[in-house]
Design a protein around this ligand. Sequence first.
Ligand code: ATP
Ligand code: MG
Length: 266
Amino acid sequence: MELDGSCCVKTTKASLSRRCKQMIKVRKLTKIYRMGKVEVPALREVDLDIPKGQFVAIMGPSGSGKSTLMNILGCLDRPTSGEYYLDGDDVSKKSDNQLAEIRNQCIGFIFQSYNLLSRIDATSNVELPLIYRGVPPRERRDRAIKALEAVGLARRAGHKPNEMSGGEQQRVAIARAIVGGPKVILADEPTGNLDSRSGEEIMVIFQELHRQGITIVLVTHDPDIARHSERIISLKDGRILSDEMVQDPLDARELLAAMPQPDVSA
Ligand SMILES: Nc1ncnc2c1ncn2[C@@H]1O[C@H](COP(=O)(O)OP(=O)(O)OP(=O)(O)O)[C@@H](O)[C@H]1O
Ligand SMILES: [Mg+2]
């Protein structure tokens, strides 16, 4: 199934007219985890607008609510209260099935630990979102190969995750996230497990996706990674502590070119 450009599965006049400048808009977003009688507030009345095509980094100490926010933005979890509009669509009113469809159609999620299926090769991993969408096998394969080419991994298409480096596995995960043509990419510490060169290679891909107009929200603990984005939002105790535009974002391609070549003779 093709995206209709509005992050709504069916295009109607109403959905077209709802298209707006903000890809993500949240108001008073609150998440309280309940563990028995103990309440853990993870997000406290967060207001946030992310315009279409923006590349945003989210930082903040451990436990500040970054993953909680990402999981709600990615429709993997629901807020306790507050509003969330994705491309003008009120996500809080959706059923679980509709949320699954939005995840499949509109969102590419990338995790620190890749989350690939270990028994199948890179191409089959990348094909997965298209299987859920009912795309025929041949088209699935073609699109998966194209996505792997986009992340520079066509030659690894037949490899299983345990036959690849961490950086390569993360690139497969990015290919899986982009194969369906998402409007938003959400990446929770995508470079957290990687050496600096592999991390920079991942940032080259994110900056290219940004140039193509995809909205990107990336969580990181690393200020240098954050400086590859256009805007850095810091969370603390479930609230936005600061929200600043990056004056002169780092260029991953330039940084990568300046890094020493990996020792291939070893
Ligand atoms: N499933 C859960 N049940 C109960 N409490 C949770 C759950 N998930 C997160 N929390 C709590 O919510 C708060 C925010 O957690 P969250 O995982 O969003 O933080 P984070 O900023 O992503 O941290 P990190 O940098 O360590 O990944 C923390 O106090 C955490 O202990
Ligand atoms: Mg986290």
